[in-house]
Design a protein around this ligand. Structure first.
Ligand code: IPD
Length: 281
């Protein structure tokens, strides 16, 4: 796996594609096919773990790899010159100005345990900016979609972030990394958050957490350690649903810290987190 270097080497011009709907249609068809394949081909006894990453519990299954191969095949056949960043196979450069950022299974541990909250997450970027996104959650029957300027949708119905939720009544999702030292630091931050919000949810898939923010099914989300492929699609969902997705002090969301919430809750959640030093292990 190659890590993301930030913006795409080839995503330099937005002249190549202004047709965000066509990009979305391809993303949705590909995510749905991949989701069906992941259900149909999941071995009865669970998928084989073929590798580990940041720790022994950070697993890659043969199905993560098969899913990314299928996505690359379908998108590559339809748009051969596009760049690609995928969790399993890393970076492929392109020539069109469009880059696909893909997590073939976000929530791999849920998939491993046959829990329903895993997703196929596909975003198309132009000039480094997400313009079309799908988060397909096959076991729930949810297709979350967004295009830049076109709003956020769940199964075709417009969704929006919650509004007018004071911090003390906010339901906040979070996630944890896989390395023990990071988890210890995240537990320390959590201890500072928990007494100040309604409650916490840890559902196990960052892309779905962001969609839950977009749909107002949780009020906010924060996590340290997410990768570009975990958040590329969900980020567009949240911003198109009226929310904000950023790091600390206005820096872009990313590996260091990602905070997402409706526009009015974002500030209070950010200010609760900031003194807890959530971007440090
Ligand atoms: C993970 C999930 C999890 C989050 C981790 C991610 P993966 O992605 O999104 O919820 O807490 O930070 O790495 O490994 O299942 O693709």
């Amino acid at each position: 796996m190659t890590s993301d270097s930030g913006s795409s080497d080839s995503a330099t011009s937005d002249s190549a594609s202004s047709d965000y709907t066509a990009l979305l249609d391809l993303a949705v068809a590909t995510a749905r096919e991949t989701g069906r394949m992941l259900i149909d081909k999941r071995p009865a006894g669970g998928p084989d773990v073929v590798a580990t990453k940041s720790s022994a519990t950070d697993v890659v299954t043969q199905m993560d790899q098969a899913a990314e191969r299928l996505i690359r095949e379908r998108i590559g056949a339809a748009r051969p010159g596009d760049a690609f960043l995928g969790e399993e196979e890393g970076v492929t450069s392109g020539t069109t100005g469009v880059r696909w950022v893909v997590d073939p299974i976000d929530g791999t541990v849920n998939y491993l345990y046959d829990l329903p909250d895993w997703a196929v997450s596909i975003a198309a970027e132009v000039a480094g900016r997400p313009v079309a996104a799908v988060v397909e959650v096959p076991r729930r029957g949810w297709t979350f979609t967004a295009t830049l300027g076109g709003g956020a949708h769940l199964n075709g119905e417009r969704v929006r972030c919650s509004t007018d939720v004071p911090l003390g009544r906010a339901l906040v999702a979070t996630g944890f990394g896989y390395a023990p030292e990071r988890r210890a630091a995240q537990a320390r931050v959590l201890a500072g958050v928990l007494p100040n919000v309604r409650d916490i949810r840890r559902n196990g898939a960052a892309a779905i957490d962001l969609c839950m923010v977009a749909a107002g099914r949780v009020d906010g989300y924060y996590e340290r350690g997410v990768q570009a492929w975990d958040i590329a699609a969900g980020r567009l969902l949240v911003t198109e649903a009226g929310g904000r997705v950023e790091g600390l002090g206005g820096v872009p969301a990313g590996n260091e810290l990602t905070i997402a919430a409706g526009a009015d809750l974002f500030g209070p959640l950010h200010d609760l987190l900031a003194p807890l030093d959530p971007a440090r292990d």
